[in-house]
Design a binder for this molecule. Structure first.
Ligand code: AMP
Length: 209
């Protein structure tokens, strides 16, 4: 299975990605997670990306594309993958298309988590917490973490930054919808409702080729 999840920040991509990857036994390639790791380790790439990330802006295409090309060479990506948060611009999508063509690989489908209103996204993201040990994502109101969990609140999950990330999504990432639609790869799922119902729609979308 080679697939991509598209959707605004806070649409549930990370949560759904984990479930799908476990089911299909494929790695979740989250450029956001990779960039945060570079940032934590203060690598040259991390230092370059940090400014854009903290401001809720997209990291330059060349930085992200180079990082993904390397990641695609890893042994675990040879049997399939799920991209979560990549591509986020048309140049990134074009670059991925060229890389996959070189490797003689095809995407099975691209799933769009759709119809999540911006105000709901802000509420979801501002309450989001991640367990530092397990990576499990919680929401302080809708999916409370267990007592005593060691939690992380992402620096870019503040309302002002979330609004900027949404603006970036509408300005740059939404262009991927017609891009993949024109290639016959796009599948839409309705992103509001019970998490399990969304997972079900996603699994059905991935099986419908
Ligand atoms: P995420 O965890 O996917 O919400 O990503 C967090 C931040 O990392 C984004 O707001 C961007 O600053 C940066 N980022 C992650 N993926 C990409 C990408 N594909 N292109 C550009 N910037 C990215």
């Amino acid at each position: 299975m080679r697939t991509i999840l598209i959707g605004p920040p806070g649409a549930g991509k990370g949560t759904q990605a984990k479930i799908i990857c476990e089911k299909y036994g494929i790695p979740q390639i989250s450029t956001g997670d990779m960039l945060r790791e570079h940032k934590r380790n203060k690598t040259p790439l991390g230092l370059e990306a940090a400014k854009a990330m903290d401001a809720g802006l997209l990291v330059p295409d060349a930085v992200v594309i180079g990082m993904v090309e390397e990641r695609l060479k890893a042994p675990d990506a040879q049997q399939g993958f799920l991209f979560d948060g990549f591509p986020r611009t048309v140049p990134q999508a074009e670059s991925l298309e060229a890389s996959l063509k070189r490797l003689e690989l095809k995407l099975d489908g691209v799933v769009l988590i759709d119809n999540v209103p911006d105000d709901l996204i802000v509420e979801r993201i501002c309450g989001r917490r991640t367990d530092k040990t397990t990576g499990q994502i919680y929401h302080i109101k809708y999916n409370p973490p267990p007592l005593g969990a060691d939690l992380d609140h992402r620096a870019d999950d503040k309302e002002e930054t979330v609004r900027k990330r949404l603006t970036e999504y509408h300005a740059q990432t939404a262009a991927l919808i017609p891009f993949y639609e024109s290639r016959g790869l796009l599948r839409r799922v309705h992103g509001v409702g019970e998490m399990s119902a969304i997972t079900e729609q996603m699994l059905a979308a991935l099986q419908a080729k």
